[in-house]
Design a protein around this ligand. Sequence first.
Ligand code: IMP
Length: 450
Amino acid sequence: MTLTGRSLADGRRIPCRRAALQAGNTMANTVIIGAQWGDEGKGKIVDMLSARSRAIVRFQGGNNAGHTIKVQGQETILHLIPSGILHEGTICLVGNGVVLDPEVFLQEVDQLAQRGIDVSPARLGISKKTHLILPYHKSLDKAREAKRAGRKIGTTGRGIGPCYEDKAARVGLRAGDLCNPELVRSKVTHALEEKNILLRAYNFEPLDPGAVIDGLLALAPRLTPYLTEVEDRLQEVQQKGGDILFEGAQGVHLDIDHGTYPFVTSSNTVAGNAAAGCGIAPSALTRVVGIVKAYTTRVGSGPFPTELLDDTGSYLRTEGHEFGATTGRPRRCGWLDAVVLRESVRLNGLTDIALTKLDVLQNLPVLQICVAYEYHGRRLEYPPQEEGGLGEVTPVYEELPGFDEDISGCTSYADLPDNVRAYISRIEALAGVRISLVSVGPDRRQTIER
Ligand code: IMP
């Protein structure tokens, strides 16, 4: 295949991945995002597409994420390290847009190493600009949630929000600072002068600056070999014509701007952040795959128009093992919401959809899809944008027949029962986007590519 390309100032050529995509190469530089409220099954799809990628990069979020991959019965849950790590020969990078808990990163490194997976700095790197989650971020996260009483966000308690707050306030500690112990001492000491006042006000234990600094510096010798220039690594991959996979975390409707504010996470989860979150040009992003669960789930508080508080909701939770991979919390379950999906399509320019957990719907006599909302006497095709608006909509449902066949062994689209194909087609029509991957079980092999 001939690739058109752009020239660098020094005359080298960068292959134009958009041209490659248009010419029929389905990989190119692909962003994977969750199109609902997270937990759509991104880990599995990232793992699968990693087999064709040279580099996999995380660009936002932190260990609030839990990406599950199942290979021949063995389950791996990754919170920070990109889900492409199970594929030999890939480069896995943590971008500047991520917030990284040093202890969790090293625990994951150790767990993978014990299984014989190569986690050497040759293939695993952290941007020097990645902000670090420190013990006071975790304490503050928990202290604030405890204080919120009836207004809880239901955060994961991993310190994500307070760490991003420090980044925006320009007082954060970045991974690259670990090479400069004096800078670590000064930043942590100053931060704790303020954080300890807050912790005391919340009736939480203040933290000893010396202990925080010593704890962090003790980890530094293991972390600093992983520091890298993510921008350089990605540029090199591009110059050699390799494909990059951008692994989003959480979901579009948890986005700090576009989600159900204030019941959101603290980063931009939309595909547009893939560029800023790792230092690559937006023009390098060619394909955007939205991961859509065949029904909807949500963890934590916040509006959820299609939530089912009845036996069907419990059925989905049990059959879909809908318990958080990070916190173990039971997930709220409901019908597929095409309004939420439509919003994800327009915010992210989805080029295609991976539909996951379709097998979970087996044995439900009917399947409902929310196709629009009724809101203050009007019919809406997109969610209301004002705060709290989503909590006031009434879903308009369309009913489709269910299926009772076991589809977990289906390996081609043609194998799927008629009712299942009708459900897929209806989702495609409502979203206006093609479903290119269908997942019918947790294992890597239980995926149908169309
Ligand atoms: P935080 O990201 O821990 O601050 O939590 C903010 C909100 O995002 C809470 O409702 C969490 O349950 C939700 N959340 C954060 N990470 C994930 C995820 O990976 N999957 C699903 N929900 C998440």
